[in-house]
Design a protein around this ligand. Structure first.
Ligand code: FES
Length: 104
C-alpha cells in the first residue's frame, strides 16, 4: 500500500518533510504526540507551503504565512483564514517506515 515517505526515525515530533508522489507535493508531519500524518503541501488558503508551518498539540498545523490552522487528521479548518478543508492522505507505519497513500 502506498509509497515509502521516510523512516520513522527521520522525523522527531514537530518536524516535517516534503515528498513527491505522482507529481504531487505532500508534507509528512510527525505530530507532537508522535503520530504521523500526510497533507497536501500547498496551503488551501493561497498555496503557501505547509511544510514551513509549525505543529501544535492535538495534530494541528499552522501555516506560516497567514497563520491559519488545519487538523492534520481530517484536514478540517480550525482558525481563520482557514475555510477550505485541506487534503490529507492515509499514513501507515510498518517495519520502521512511514507509508503514504494518496487520498484521491
Ligand atoms: S497561505 Fe496559508 S493561511 Fe494563507
Amino acid at each position: 500500500m502506498g509509497d515509502i515517505a521516510c523512516a520513522v526515525d527521520d522525523l522527531s515530533p514537530g518536524e516535517s518533510l516534503v515528498i513527491t508522489i505522482d507529481g504531487r507535493k505532500v508534507t509528512v508531519v510527525r505530530d507532537l504526540e508522535g503520530g504521523f500524518h500526510a497533507i497536501d503541501d500547498a496551503c488551501p488558503h493561497v498555496g503557501w507551503p505547509l511544510n514551513k508551518g509549525s505543529v501544535h498539540p492535538d495534530a494541528v498545523i499552522e501555516c506560516s504565512l497567514h497563520h491559519g490552522l488545519w487538523c492534520l487528521r481530517t484536514g478540517e479548518p480550525r482558525r481563520y483564514p482557514a475555510r477550505t478543508p485541506a487534503t490529507v492522505h492515509a499514513v501507515e507505519v510498518r517495519d520502521g517506515q512511514v507509508w503514504v497513500s494518496l487520498g484521491d
